[in-house]
Design a protein around this ligand. Structure first.
Ligand SMILES: [Zn+2]
Ligand SMILES: [Zn+2]
Length: 250
């Protein structure tokens, strides 16, 4: 089996301040959809300067683990529940990030890179909002993409990641986004580094909602598989009804 479509390994809850629904609602949705495993992958960011918090505080993470344990007691016989973290890599805060990760056991450590820094301000590279797209575009689309991949490669090396999320998410809402040959070579390096570390590649079904196709594109998935990288499925649900979305199309 190339990918287990009975496991949704990437969901968020209201705890991250930009998703809705209690953890329990996600568990119930997953059971209703016939999934065998649900892994929460809540957002961790360190040292990001951005107008709003799109991640969990230390207190949120404590509540998260506490509620996760309770849900395992209640629903453990019906579904396997994992408590994971989607780490947004910030190259300036590696020590702090690693320290925080040591506080809890994690069933999955997803590696992402959401916030790009320009002149001391952070901009969200996966956003569709003008406040992000305009400054990033002015800085240079190709340059942001190149540095995105270079930073992901560093994150794979530095973080105890088990899954790479959002490989091709960078500037996905920018009209000028285009991957050059140099970018594709960076992606090959990323796959090789992942294979060495035993990291899996996430196939993210939010892409079916956004563009009618999973993330990343099929050609990249094929390259990863050819290099021996494992695949895992994630809906990136930010509301309970999106758990396991489009898994029948994987
Ligand atoms: Zn999110
Ligand atoms: Zn996510």
């Amino acid at each position: 089996m190339l990918i287990n479509t009975k496991s949704d390994g990437h969901v968020h809850t209201h705890l991250c301040h930009h998703a809705v629904g209690e953890m329990e609602e996600y568990v119930v949705a997953a059971i209703t959809k016939g999934l065998e495993e649900l892994i929460f992958l809540e957002h961790l960011e360190c040292g990001i300067r951005y107008p709003e918090d799109t991640w969990l505080s230390a207190e949120d993470f404590a509540a998260y683990h506490c509620e996760g344990q309770r849900l395992r007691q209640v629903y453990g016989e019906k579904i396997s529940i994992g408590l994971g973290v989607e780490v947004g890599y910030n190259p300036r805060r590696v020590g702090e990030t690693l320290e925080f990760l040591k506080r809890y056991p994690w069933d999955r450590v997803g590696v992402s890179f959401h916030y790009y820094e320009i002149d001391g301000h952070h901009y969200n590279v996966v956003s569709r909002r003008t406040i992000n797209l305009e400054p990033l575009g002015n800085y240079g689309v190709e340059r942001v993409i190149s540095e995105y991949f270079a930073t992901l490669l560093e994150a794979i090396d530095v973080l105890p990641g088990t899954v790479l999320c959002h490989l091709d998410a960078v500037l996905r809402h920018h009209p000028e986004v285009r991957l050059t040959g140099a970018h594709l070579r960076q992606i090959s390096e990323i796959f090789q580094a992942m294979h060495r570390k035993g990291m899996a590649l996430e196939v993210n079904t939010s892409g079916f909602s956004h563009r009618g196709e999973q993330y990343p594109v099929r050609s990249l998935i094929e390259e990863a598989v050819a290099l021996g990288v494992r695949l895992v499925a994630g809906s990136d649900a930010h509301k309970p009804e999106d758990v396991g979305r489009f898994f029948d199309r994987l």
